[in-house]
Design a protein. Structure first.
Length: 491
């Protein structure tokens, strides 16, 4: 009770309530009815021996490990829930705990700034500060009218059985599409912090809008006409308008390709940029989506007569310059370009099949299994670690890879009948991970705007930010898993 009272007294001055006296008090009483309480109970302290702050990110679990610094009788701590809400990694949490205790013990708010420059190896000897880590039991209310629930890294743990049916996959897709359709204003193409509502502009905001529009178009084509789809369809013009506006502000062939895939009219300048990119040897990273756009929309007004042939040429260039180990970085676009070209040419042969199959085998070797995750990674099971990542943990990039692996399931040239069962199991594991990334009611305690956030795909289980292109790629991945399962079942 005392802790709850202190938390309310700390939050009250920051609430968006104007006025004084009884009008303010009445408004605060009303707000208390919607109050959500999150409570973390610390377990035993475990002393940390580390040479540098950077070591903490490699050895501690963000969102699970809390950090505490002790100096005499004083302590400073950053709890896992606080770290999660601020997207604070363990190294930063350690620095903050040191700064807090130094400022408290020495009575100088600025004193901690100097102390945190001392690396952990010298911290106790030079500053008298000892570092500890601790785990917590986290309970929180999802809704004001519900009791608290036990959380794991701030969210309810999604079970494999929650996504083992196609109907559940559709439910996940509906919520992803609903979130995208609801994005307005600063939420539209921005990366948004769930806890604060703060926004960051992605490197290519126009491309993010284009990918979101592509995902929504595919969703509506697959969903057909029902109340859920109609609700999304009614909000689609916002994305069309946003794409038209933003695409005109940049001169980027990748944005041009994304806009082309999203059904936007192609301008003379955009067509010229795309045409020029065909002749350019680099950057190879741009060629995949350009190849897919040219192959799949070659009849679009404004493109040159050889656009489809040039798209095929780009596709061959990417495959010739990639190994199965590097091919995944071009997914799903180059895979879709290859299959679309074969379909349009009405041929059965698929020369890239061996490379694609080997690529898939390598990707699955990087999928998190329960035995890999252990007690510290239960929410990461099914996710895929992108080779070459700075941190060997799965993120939303899983969706980019799985989007094409789902397509492969329904292609006889890439998946035999004997292989389908094992592939479905792996894909459903990935779907479990994507569902874990999705913002649901159990994250209500953390969200600045739960209504707007619901359904979006977080960057990672420990990264409480959501972005349009990540959510869009998650939607594309779930749709391809559904399509692959249905196609394989029909055969």
């Amino acid at each position: 009770a005392e802790a709850a009272k202190a938390a309310w007294e700390n939050a009250e001055p920051r609430l968006p309530v104007r006025g004084t006296g009884e009008p303010r008090a009445a408004m605060l009483r009303m707000l208390r009815q919607d109050l959500l309480i999150s409570l973390e109970l610390s377990g035993p302290l475990m002393r940390i021996n580390a040479n540098a702050y950077g070591d903490f990110d490699a050895t501690l679990q963000p969102g699970l490990d809390g950090l505490l610094a002790a100096l005499g009788d004083h302590v400073g701590a950053v709890f896992p829930g606080t770290a999660a809400s601020g997207n604070i990694m363990p190294s930063e949490a350690a620095r903050r705990s040191v700064g807090i205790v130094a400022a408290i013990a020495r009575g100088d708010a600025g004193g901690g700034a100097t102390v945190v420059l001392t690396e952990p190896a010298e911290l106790e000897k030079k500053q008298g500060i000892t570092l500890y880590r601790f785990r917590t039991t986290h309970v929180a209310q999802w809704r004001a009218d519900k009791g608290p629930e036990l959380l794991y890294r701030g969210q309810k743990l999604v079970l494999q059985s929650d996504v083992d049916q196609v109907a559940e996959l559709w439910h996940t897709a509906d919520r992803l599409a609903g979130h995208l359709a609801n994005r307005t204003g600063g939420w539209m193409e921005q990366t948004v912090s769930l806890a604060t509502g703060a926004t960051e502009t992605p490197d290519e905001p126009a491309f993010s809008v284009a990918v979101a529009k592509v995902a929504l178009d595919r969703y509506l084509a697959a969903r057909g006409n029902d109340a859920i789809a109609d609700s999304v369809r009614a909000r689609l013009p916002r994305w069309e308008s946003a794409l038209a506006t933003r695409a005109q502000l940049v001169e980027s062939p990748t944005v041009d390709a994304g806009a082309l895939l999203a059904g936007s009219p192609i301008t003379t300048a955009a067509a010229a940029r795309l045409h020029a990119s065909v002749a350019a040897a680099d950057p190879l990273s741009e060629h995949s989506i350009i190849a897919f756009a040219l192959v799949s929309t070659s009849s679009a007004p404004g493109l040159w007569p050889e656009a489809a042939a040039d798209g095929r040429s780009l596709t061959r260039r990417v495959f010739s310059r990639c190994t199965p180990g590097t091919l995944g970085s071009h997914m799903p676009w180059i895979g879709w370009a290859e299959l679309d070209a074969r379909s349009r040419d009405k041929v059965e042969d698929l020369p890239s099949a061996p490379a694609l199959r080997e690529m898939r085998n390598l990707i699955w070797k990087h999928q998190f299994q329960a035995v890999d995750a252990g007690p510290d990674g239960q929410d990461m099971v099914g996710g895929i670690v992108v080779p070459g990542s700075n941190r060997p943990l799965p993120t939303w990039q899983t969706a980019r890879l799985v989007a094409f692996l789902g397509t492969m399931l329904g292609e006889p040239a890439l998946t035999s009948k004997q292989e389908r069962g094992a592939e479905v199991v792996k894909l459903l594991g990935a779907a479990r991970y994507l569902r874990q990334l999705q913002v649901d009611d159990s994250l209500g305690w953390l969200c600045n705007d739960a209504t707007m956030a619901k359904g979006g795909l977080r960057n990672a289980t420990w990264d409480q930010r959501t972005q349009a292109d990540g959510t869009a790629m998650g939607l594309l991945a779930v749709l391809e898993i559904i399509k692959g399962i249905e196609k394989a079942s029909a055969d």
